[in-house]
Write a protein that binds this ligand. Structure first.
Ligand SMILES: Nc1nc2c(c(=O)[nH]1)N[C@H]1C(S)=C(S)[C@@H](COP(=O)(O)O)O[C@H]1N2
Ligand SMILES: [Mo]
Length: 315
C-alpha cells in the first residue's frame, strides 16, 4: 500500500493543511521510496494506471490543535451529490453507475492555449496530499485527506489572457446514469465558478483521490474541485469543463436560490443563511457543535483576497 492514511491517530488538526503550505520534501522522498520498495504503484488502484504518476507530497502545517480526521466510512457514505439524489446516502448507493473512463476535461475560453486533456494525463501531474476541512452550508463539516494538484498548475498551462477574470466549472451531464438529472431540483449540468485569483490560489485543489486512494465515485470521481475556505457546494464534482471567462459565471445554487446562496459563498460565521445560523457546525462523528471559523479557518491564507469587500453584501 503506497499511502494508507491512518485515520484517527495521524489525522490531527495540527496536520490540517495550510499555515504556510510547508511542503515536506523529506516525506515525499520517504513515501516515494517506501512505495517502490513495498509494492510499486499497486496501492493506488486507479492512479497506478498513469505511468508517470508521482508519489504525493505530504503537506503539513506548522501549528494547530489536535483533532481527528473524519473516518473514511463517513466521508464516503454521507454525501451531497444531487445528480444521484438528494438523500445523504443516495450517492454511495447510486454513484457506482458513473463511468469515469474515458474522461476528458475541456479547458477553454480566454486562454492562449485551449486544450482537452484526458484524466490519465491529469494523473501525471505531481500529486500532493492536503488535509482540509470541508464545511457544508447545511451546518456539518468533515476533515478529509485529499490527493490532488493545485488548479493553478492546470490553468498556467493554458495561459489565461488578460480578459480572463473568472473560471467557470461544469459537471458531467449524463441523465441516464446520473438519474438525479431527470429531476428539477437544480438546473443541470451543475456549474460553479471562482474569481481567477481564487482559482489560482495555492489552496485551491483539483482532487483525484482521498485517504490515499482513488476518488470514490460518490465524492466526485474522477476529478473534483476542492476550495477549503468556501462552503462545500463550491467544490464541484466530476468536472468535465473549465472555462476562463470575462464575466462572473452562473453557479448552480445561486441560480436555484439567489437569496440564500451568493457567488462568493465564503465560510462566514457572521453571515447567517436566511433560514439558519452559520455560527456553529457539527463535525461529522461528533456529538456537540463547534464554532465555525472565518473562512473555515483559512483566514491567514485567503482573507487578503477580499480586502475592501463588504462580505455581507458579497456573501
Ligand atoms: N456536481 C456536484 N458537485 C457537488 C454537489 C452536487 O450536488 N453536485 N454537492 C456539493 C455540496 S453541497 C457539498 S457539501 C460537497 C460534498 O462533498 P463530499 O460529498 O465529497 O463531502 O460537494 C459539492 N459538490
Ligand atoms: Mo453542501
Amino acid at each position: 500500500m503506497l499511502f494508507k492514511f491512518p485515520t484517527a491517530s495521524m489525522a490531527r488538526e495540527d496536520e490540517v493543511t495550510p499555515k504556510g503550505l510547508v511542503l515536506s520534501r523529506r516525506s515525499l522522498m520517504a513515501v516515494g521510496t517506501a512505495a517502490f520498495a513495498v509494492g510499486g504503484l499497486s496501492g493506488w488502484p486507479g492512479l497506478a494506471q498513469a505511468a508517470a504518476f508521482q508519489a504525493p507530497t505530504t503537506v503539513k502545517p506548522a501549528d494547530g490543535k489536535l483533532d481527528a480526521a473524519t473516518p473514511m466510512k463517513s466521508a464516503t457514505t454521507y454525501n451531497n451529490y444531487y445528480e444521484f439524489g438528494t438523500g445523504k446516502s443516495d450517492p454511495a448507493d447510486g454513484a457506482s453507475a458513473l463511468r469515469t473512463r474515458p474522461w476528458e476535461i475541456v479547458v477553454d475560453g480566454e486562454v492562449a492555449k485551449p486544450t482537452t486533456i484526458g484524466i490519465d494525463d491529469l494523473l501525471k501531474f505531481p500529486m500532493e496530499e492536503r488535509i482540509y476541512r470541508l464545511r457544508c452550508v447545511e451546518g456539518w463539516s468533515m476533515v478529509i485527506p485529499w490527493i490532488g494538484f493545485p488548479l493553478a498548475e492546470l490553468l498556467k498551462r493554458v495561459e489565461p489572457t488578460g480578459n480572463a477574470k473568472y473560471v467557470a466549472f461544469q459537471t458531467l451531464l449524463d441523465p441516464e446514469r446520473m438519474y438525479g438529472q431527470k429531476s428539477w431540483v437544480l438546473t443541470w449540468p451543475y456549474v460553479e465558478g471562482l474569481r481567477l485569483d481564487e482559482a489560482m490560489h495555492p489552496l485551491t485543489l483539483m482532487a483525484v483521490g482521498m485517504y490515499g486512494e482513488t476518488m470514490p465515485n460518490q465524492n466526485g470521481a474522477p476529478i473534483r474541485l476542492v476550495v477549503p475556505w468556501k462552503y462545500g457546494f463550491k467544490s464541484i464534482k466530476s468536472v468535465v469543463k473549465i472555462s476562463l471567462v470575462k464575466d462572473q459565471p452562473p453557479t448552480a445554487w445561486n441560480r436555484s436560490q439567489p437569496r440564500e446562496y451568493g457567488f462568493y459563498s465564503n465560510v462566514n460565521p457572521e453571515v447567517d443563511h436566511p433560514r439558519w445560523s452559520q455560527a456553529t457546525e457539527r463535525r461529522v462523528g461528533d456529538f456537540s457543535r463547534r464554532k465555525t471559523l472565518m473562512f473555515n479557518g483559512y483566514a491567514d491564507e485567503v482573507a487578503s483576497l477580499y480586502t475592501g469587500m463588504d462580505l455581507k453584501a458579497s456573501f
